[in-house]
Design a protein around this ligand. Structure first.
Ligand code: ZN
Ligand code: ZN
Length: 136
């Protein structure tokens, strides 16, 4: 009988974490988040006009998935029924909004070129060290 024979490699038992399990946990978390988002999203779309607060683009039902719910205070668990913490933003403006937050967290929106320079410097120092090292 080969019916019950399973060709599963035994070595993933306790050395590495089961990637399937991890995937399942992530999937569960994503599903929970999606369910939660679905909840406030529906409520937000019910009480707010389908217009991007930032660029004033308006949306009809067919394109409604391009309109997203942004939380003014950044807390997705803060969903007052009057909608005071919600802002409807199109996906572009929403991305923009969060990109600005990330920039601010990193210490200023103009910091990108400086950051690139800083990450470059250690290599230059290393080159100098290698250059200075006497031969023989
Ligand atoms: Zn917009
Ligand atoms: Zn947001």
């Amino acid at each position: 009988m080969t019916k019950n024979s399973r060709a599963r490699p035994p070595r993933t038992r306790n050395t590495t974490p089961d990637p399937d399990r991890l995937e399942r946990i992530v999937a569960d978390a994503n599903r929970a988040r999606a369910a939660r988002e679905q909840g406030y999203r529906e409520r937000a779309l019910k009480i707010l006009p389908w217009v991007c607060t930032r660029c004033a683009r308006s949306f009809e039902r067919a394109r409604l998935r391009e309109l997203t719910v942004h939380h003014r205070d950044g807390n997705h668990d803060n969903n007052p029924p009057d909608g005071s913490n919600w802002e409807l933003l199109c996906v572009y403006c929403h991305e923009n909004e969060h990109a600005r937050e990330v920039d601010a967290a990193l210490g200023g929106g103009e910091a990108a070129p400086a950051r690139a320079g800083a990450s470059h410097r250690p290599l230059e120092g290393l080159a100098d060290l290698l250059k200075k090292k006497p031969r023989g």
